[in-house]
Design a protein around this ligand. Sequence first.
Ligand code: ASP
Ligand code: MG
Length: 416
Amino acid sequence: MTSNTGTQRRPVVVQKYGGSSVADADLIHNVADRLIAKQDKGVDVVVVVSAMGDSTDELHALSKAVTRGAIPDPREMDTLLSTGELVTSTLMAMALKARGHDAVSLSGPQAGIKTDAVHGSARIADINTDRLRKELDRGRIVIVAGFQGLADSGDITTLGRGASDTTAVALAVATEAERCEIYTDVEGIYTTDPRLTPKARKLAEISFQEMLEMAVLGAKMNPRSIELGAVYDMPIYVASSTSYEPGTLIHGGEHTMEVRKAVTGIAVDRNVGKITVRGVIDRPGVAAGLLQPLADAGVSVDVIVQNTSSDGTTDFTFTVAQASVTTAAQVIEKQSEVEYAEVVVGSDLAKVSIVGTGMENAPGYAARMFSTLSEVDVNIDMITTSEIRVTTIIERDQVQKAVQALHDAFELEKTE
Ligand code: ASP
Ligand code: MG
C-alpha cells in the first residue's frame, strides 16, 4: 500500500454501513470486500459503521432489565450504547487485517468527534481530524464507530437513534470528502414506498430539499444527516450494501441526470392522529394557549387548521403522531387555559404528500392532486402546502388507492 504525503492527497470517500448490513460475520466480510475494492480505486476510505443488527435495541432492553424499568442514568446509558458500534468497528478492522489489509478502528472520541453534553441526543460541535488524517496517510482504511462522540466533560455521548448517518455526513464534511456514501438494505430512494405500488421507481437523484420532505421513504435516512448535507453541500449517495446497482444521489445542484419533473415523489406517513378542539372562544392568544402546553409536554404538532369563526367561536384542528394522540388530548383537557366546548380525537389517519421542487411557482398541482383523489373517492380531511409540497390528510385505509392514483396521474413511473 502506498502512503500519502500531505501535499499529494488522494480524494477521501466516507462510506456508512447500517446495522442490517453488518449483522453477522459474513456480512462484515461483504463490507470488507467493498472497502478494499473502493480503496483499490485510489481513494482514501473512511467508513462509519452502525451497531450489528438490532444490538442497540438489545442494549436498551438490557438497561431496562437491570434498572427494573426505571430511567437509566444518561451518562452510563450513552457509554453502554456506544459499545454497540465499537463491536462492529473493531470486528471490521479485524476482518480487513485478516486479509492483509491495513486498517484501524476508532471510537467517536478517538476520531476527534466533540459534542455538546446532551446525553442521548448530543450534537456534534467540532471534529478534529488529525488522528484520522494520520491513519489515512499511512494507507489505512479507517473505521469509525457511528453515533458517538466526546463531551467537554470527558464523557462519551451518543447522537440519537439512527444518527450514524449524521456521523458519516459530518466526517465527510470535516475530511473534505468527495461525497458521503450510505449503504443500506434498500437500493436507494424511490418515487414512493414500493410496498404501496409496484410502479414505484428508484430515483437517480433527488435534491436535499425534496429528500427532507421524503425522509421517511425507502431508505430510512436520518433527517439530521440530510440537513447537514444541505448546509455544507455534501452530496450523499444512498445505495444497497449487497449489490452494485446504481443508487440515488441526494445533492444540492440542479437536476442534471434526469429531465426535471414537477413532482418527484409521494411521501406517506401512516401514523397520524387528529385532535379537534371545538367551540373555542375566538380571541387573541388562543392558538398559543392550545399549542404551548403541547410543546411543553414534548408533543410535536404537524398540520394545523383553524376555521374562521361564526358566532364568536371556532374549531381548531391539528395532527400529531398517532402514538401521541391520547397524550395530546389529555394535555389540552388538563393544562390548557383556553375555553372550549369539547375535544374530539380522530385516529387511523395518514398523510399523503406530493413533493417536488418543480412545483415551486407553478400553479395547478394542488388542484390536480385533489381531482385525482376525488376520482378514486378518497375524501380529503385536511390540506396543507409548502413551496415544494402539497399534503393531504386522509383515512389510513385509503392510502394505497390514493398513492396508486397519484403515482399514475403524475406519471412517476416514467423518467421524463
Ligand atoms: N445503532 C444506533 C441505532 O440503532 C445508531 C444507528 O444505527 O445509526 O440507533
Ligand atoms: Mg441501528
